[in-house]
Design a protein around this ligand. Structure first.
Ligand code: NA7
Length: 571
């Protein structure tokens, strides 16, 4: 994973075994906020939701600005995504040395990574290091879920409420809640009848889960499912993987770092600080060649070379044309398919696990380690559920449409998230005149550069739709940029003696049109996946991520700030 997330408070759910998973929240639209009494509310300048990558840095910046600010997080500690996602095999697929804060050279250089793509435990330790180094914990309220917030037109301030009964009266309400923090965990009829535990990957129990010798079923073969499957296959007695849509799998090259490697990347700090915010996806690499400029042999040589790099480079920095040109996308897809066929060998597995009905790069591309080889083990069974779907969970296991029942001891749901919007729409956020963000985004997902929403004054957002941080970037790059933009906007208000900033309807509309025009030119917009919201029934369709590139987004957002915030009403 390379994403930020922070999410909801852990609760015991009846159907999730020993997993302390959150209860499904009722439709926030039907919840009503109790009126706050002045006495009960703690007065603040800013409330931040989240203590992950964005929340920590936003807290640091606003404190430096002299604001009285509190971060609130449902998690039990700092880390966001890297606190929640403790499932077996969770790890980076951004190189560790670029998934970094770049605002402080010493902070960067005083931490050393053990390998190119470290696992969750090391990543979480790094986030603890950052929080301690910047002394952030004293202004974070953990194990606290924001249930709702309400803009008061008279006071021009937000009332924010939590499930611990706290009420905050704040000028700014800033969401750093993560784009993949609302898990899809109540997926199937009969989940509460299963005799064993059911774990959603992002709500993995913090205590040890014993899978040894168990019959385990995994539903979902996205980036997360792949990490779980390849990690547990040799521990469990029997592993059944329910495959609906296979992924293009790219082998990860993950060497351990010695002192020389660490010194080498640290010496590049200045170069990385300059480069990362200006590439197409906030990674280190960028497109170097146009497809048309190379001969077929040169293209193949380049693809082989990048494939051997063992990173997301094949997706994010081979040929930009794969995102726009169906024929070129098909050629690169076929290159990856052949690699997969060579590894799988078995025609039945090839049929089930090699994607043929969508193009390489139009879904999130996962990195893996021996993922395909795992299916050649005797204790691993791939079951196709595209034409014979899972219909329910029964006491003994998973039942498919044709009546087949797969008997299991443990079920793992790697079924993904309500991406981009779910973290906020599961709360009850009310803007001007009591309008509901859940209802507004339930009709049409709109924002002003992913930083603000018309109708919600002083609500400033990160990792929400219509910015690269909604999906298509190295998250630390994008989130640093967004939080710095927010800090800059607040500074601007302070300097002007103003209190309120709100995206205008016209400004937002202009951005939505630009976003759509850019997104609709890509093949991503023509391919079902969570990138488009199509994993959630009834979710309005829109490419969640800004696809114009991280560098272009940065240029545009900084221009807005430099030009005095056109598209925003400031008063
Ligand atoms: P994803 O990428 O949304 O994957 C979810 C998987 O679950 C995907 O394979 C789905 O198949 C599958 N799924 C969902 N519902 C069902 C049902 N009902 N039956 C069978 N299979 C189902 O989530 P991840 O957690 O893997 O990754 C999310 C991001 O986290 C990832 O992109 C990284 O950025 C980190 P489908 O494709 O819908 O056919």
């Amino acid at each position: 994973m390379s994403d930020l997330g922070t999410a909801r408070r852990h609760r015991d759910g009846p159907n999730i075994g020993s997993n302390p998973a959150p209860e499904p929240r009722g439709s926030p639209v039907t919840q009503t906020l109790e009126p706050a009494t002045e006495a009960a509310a703690r007065r603040l300048d800013a409330v931040i939701i989240g203590a992950g990558v964005a929340g920590l840095y936003q807290l640091h910046q606003l404190r430096e600005l002299g604001l009285d600010v509190l971060a609130v997080d449902a998690a039990g500690d700092v880390g966001g995504t890297w606190w929640w996602n403790t499932y077996p095999g969770a790890r980076f697929d951004s190189e560790a040395y670029i998934y970094q804060y770049l605002f402080d050279e010493d902070l960067y250089k005083d931490w050393s990574w053990s390998q190119r793509f470290p696992g969750q435990e090391e990543i979480h330790r790094w986030m603890v290091y950052v929080a301690d180094r910047l002394d952030l914990r004293r202004d974070i309220s953990f194990s606290t879920y924001v249930t709702g917030a309400e803009w008061n037109d008279d006071t021009q301030r937000w009332t924010v409420r939590t499930d611990t009964g706290e009420v905050f009266d704040t000028q700014y309400f800033i969401t750093c809640a993560g784009m993949l923090s609302a898990p899809l965990e109540n997926m199937f009829e009969g989940q509460d009848t299963f005799d064993g535990p059911i774990f959603h990957t992002s709500r993995w129990p913090r205590e040890h889960v014993d899978l040894d010798g168990k019959r385990v079923g995994v539903v979902g073969t996205g980036a997360t499912g792949i990490q779980v499957i390849q990690t547990i296959a040799d521990r469990v007695a029997d592993l059944t993987v329910f495959v609906r849509t296979p992924q293009y799998a790219l082998p990860m090259h993950n060497p351990a770092y010695d002192e020389t490697d660490v010194t080498a990347y640290k010496d590049r700090f200045e170069e990385l600080r300059e480069k990362l915010p200006n590439t197409f996806t906030g990674f280190e690499y960028d497109f170097e060649h146009a497809w048309a400029d190379l001969t077929p042999d040169e293209r193949l040589a380049r693809l082989e070379d990048i494939y051997a790099n063992g990173s997301l480079k094949l997706w994010l920095a081979s040929f930009a044309e794969i995102f726009f040109d169906a024929d070129i996308c098909e050629e690169v897809s076929e290159f990856v398919r052949q690699k997969m066929r060579d590894r799988l060998q078995d025609p039945e597995l090839i049929d089930l696990l090699v994607p043929t009905d969508y193009g390489f790069g139009t879904h999130r591309v996962p990195l893996e380690t021996n993922y395909l080889e795992v299916y050649r083990r005797e204790n691993v069974h791939a079951v196709g559920v595209r034409d014979n779907p899972v219909v329910r969970i029964r006491s003994e296991g998973i039942e498919l449409a044709d009546g087949t029942v797969h008997e299991l001891d443990v079920i793992i749901l790697a079924t993904g998230f309500d991406a981009g919007t779910g973290s906020l729409t599961r709360m009850d956020i009310r803007g001007r005149g009591g309008r509901s963000l859940t209802e507004d985004w339930g009709r049409d997902i709109r924002s002003m550069m992913g930083l603000a929403v018309h109708g919600y004054p002083n609500l400033l957002t990160t990792a929400v739709p219509l910015a690269p941080s909604a999906a298509l970037c190295n998250m630390t790059t994008c989130l640093q940029q967004q939080t710095e933009w927010i800090t800059g906007a607040i500074k601007h208000l302070q300097a002007q003696g103003k209190q309120v900033i709100e995206a205008t309807a016209e400004g937002e509309e202009e951005w939505v049109l630009h976003h759509d025009e850019t997104a609709n030119a890509t093949l991503i917009s023509k391919t079902d996946s969570w990138y488009l919201g199509s994993n959630i029934e009834g979710k309005p369709r829109r490419v969640l991520s800004y696809t114009g590139g991280v560098g272009e987004y940065r240029r545009r957002t900084l221009a807005v700030a430099a030009d005095g915030y056109p598209g925003f009403d400031i008063h």
